[in-house]
Design a protein around this ligand. Sequence first.
Ligand code: C2E
Ligand code: MG
Ligand code: MG
Ligand code: MG
Length: 277
Amino acid sequence: KAKEQGKNQYVFYNKYLDQKRCLDLDIEQELRNALAKNELVLYYQPQYDLNRNLVGFEALLRWHNEKFKHIPIIEVIKIMEKYNLIDDIGRFITRSAMEFSRKINENRKRNIVVSINISSIQIMKNNFVRKIKKYLGEIGADPKNIGLEITETVLLQNIEENIEKIKELRDIGVKISLDDFGTGYSSFSYLVKLPLNNIKIDKSFVKGMTEAEEYKKLIKLTVDTARALKLNVVGEGVETERDFEILKEIGIDYIQGYLFSKPIPEKEAIELLMKEK
Ligand code: C2E
Ligand code: MG
Ligand code: MG
Ligand code: MG
């Protein structure tokens, strides 16, 4: 009986994998045309300081496709990485965000940082730094108005090489954020070595904070750690005034979340900025 059951599970699992593979291939096919069909766009989610001044935007990819509109973007990104589409689409993401940064920072007193999420495949490429610098030059974006968000899992692969790469970019003024902090395996020794500007606390901690005191303590610990290393802390997934109040009390530096705004199209982001001035 047990053997039978085990076999059933195995068959079931294989069937699931087959289906998933078919779906992935389906998505991959459709994605190959997505750039040409203008289906890929960047949305921008505003980031604020504790006085509710707009200080930056995170660029987040959206795929406007009838068939696959319900697939979470993170799954789409994984497929791009797996099927070698991240080169072209990554270039599109990086350049679009840089153009947006240049545009919104023209004639502004206080600068606005536009942050770009970087995937492991992108940073692993030998020419990663050269490409970023090349785009900056071609587009005329100021490096100090550009941020890169890299997750700890990504950074910890090839740690020594990645340290060199992001150091080179940070040295020209690009802001480096460690994304999804708390969900990976960063240790103190890595945090000391990594040339960072910001730590982004994963939204699962912010969510947990109102339910369990432990999460709040962990966020506090993160803020203390960041202070010791002279880094800033960004809280993401801030959904309620209460979340905001707690994070403010803990002493976080920047916040991002539905309380302020969901990711919005470029046009709306520009309107938002005009109201700010
Ligand atoms: P991430 O970089 O950690 O981005 C934050 C995610 O949290 C975004 O999800 C954002 O929409 C969501 N979020 C922000 N505020 C709130 C909130 O108050 N409540 C809730 N429930 N969620 C909130 P999204 O856009 O679905 O992106 C998911 C992940 O996909 C990103 O996580 C990032 O890892 C990846 N991703 C998105 N765009 C890009 C991109 O252009 N390039 C790369 N490489 N990865 C991207
Ligand atoms: Mg991010
Ligand atoms: Mg994040
Ligand atoms: Mg995340």
